[in-house]
Design a protein around this ligand. Structure first.
Ligand code: IPE
Ligand code: MG
Length: 222
């Protein structure tokens, strides 16, 4: 979800207004996924590198996450959404960690959209963390396999993503789901995240429908 800062700057508003407005796009995309029976939505909200931003902006984003989790909890439950947070939660305040765990537990059995929010997430962190998680439970006596890694990644409950949408014009992965994106279709749009509405989401899905996914095979084999 990129482009909140530029969206605000264009309007001579502080960057944080862009983040606040970005939350509306989050709600729009969640609603669209529900409407279209898309089972998994994973949103990159804050990377392990985003801590390097000015303290004021980091603090604002952290309180925006905290408030949103609090405010939206009941609507997530009501809408049959399974909530997950992926990322390293260790640096979060204990109260927030508890709140997240509670919401995950409360929504675990929900059968609708699985909504994963990546906060303090980095693809490289995830891979090293998965190896350490494996190591806690096993000894490296047998050769380490892809399955061993996959089962310990933070998105182990979800299939690999079909489509990556990056807004804001940048054409890079920025340390998001680097393992899982091996066969993901990539979609880059100039649209800034706060402007990413129902129409923009539909355009991305239409583009995705046109892609031929060969997974290494030839076109004739599909
Ligand atoms: C949102 O957009 C991404 C977050 C880390 C919340 P940006 O804050 O990166 O917006 P731009 O790139 O400065 O426009
Ligand atoms: Mg950005």
């Amino acid at each position: 979800m990129d482009g909140n800062g530029r969206w605000a700057k264009k309007r001579l508003m502080p960057r944080i207004s862009g983040h606040r407005r970005g939350l509306e796009s989050v709600k729009t995309v969640i609603t669209q996924c529900q409407k279209l029976n898309i089972p998994f939505l994973t949103l990159f909200a804050f990377s392990t590198e985003n801590w390097l931003r000015p303290t004021q902006e980091v603090d604002f984003l952290m309180s925006l996450f905290q408030d949103s989790i609090k405010k939206e909890s009941s609507s997530l439950i009501k809408n049959n959404i399974r909530f997950k947070l992926i990322g390293d939660r260790k640096p979060f305040p204990k109260k927030l960690i508890d709140k997240i765990k509670d919401l995950e537990n409360l929504t675990e059995k929900n059968t609708g959209l699985t909504l994963s929010i990546a906060i303090n997430y980095g693809g490289r962190w995830d891979i090293v963390n998965a190896v350490n998680e494996y190591r806690k439970k096993n000894h490296f006596k047998k050769p380490f396999t892809q399955k061993n890694l996959i089962q310990n990644l933070s998105l182990s409950f979800a299939p690999d993503p079909d489509l990556l949408i990056r807004t804001g014009g940048e054409k890079r992965i920025s340390n998001f789901l680097i393992w899982q994106f091996s066969y993901t279709e990539l979609y880059f749009t100039e649209t800034l995240w706060p402007d990413f509405n129902e129409k923009a989401f539909t355009s991305a899905l239409i583009e995705f429908q046109k892609r031929e996914r060969r997974y290494g095979k030839t076109s004739e084999q599909i």
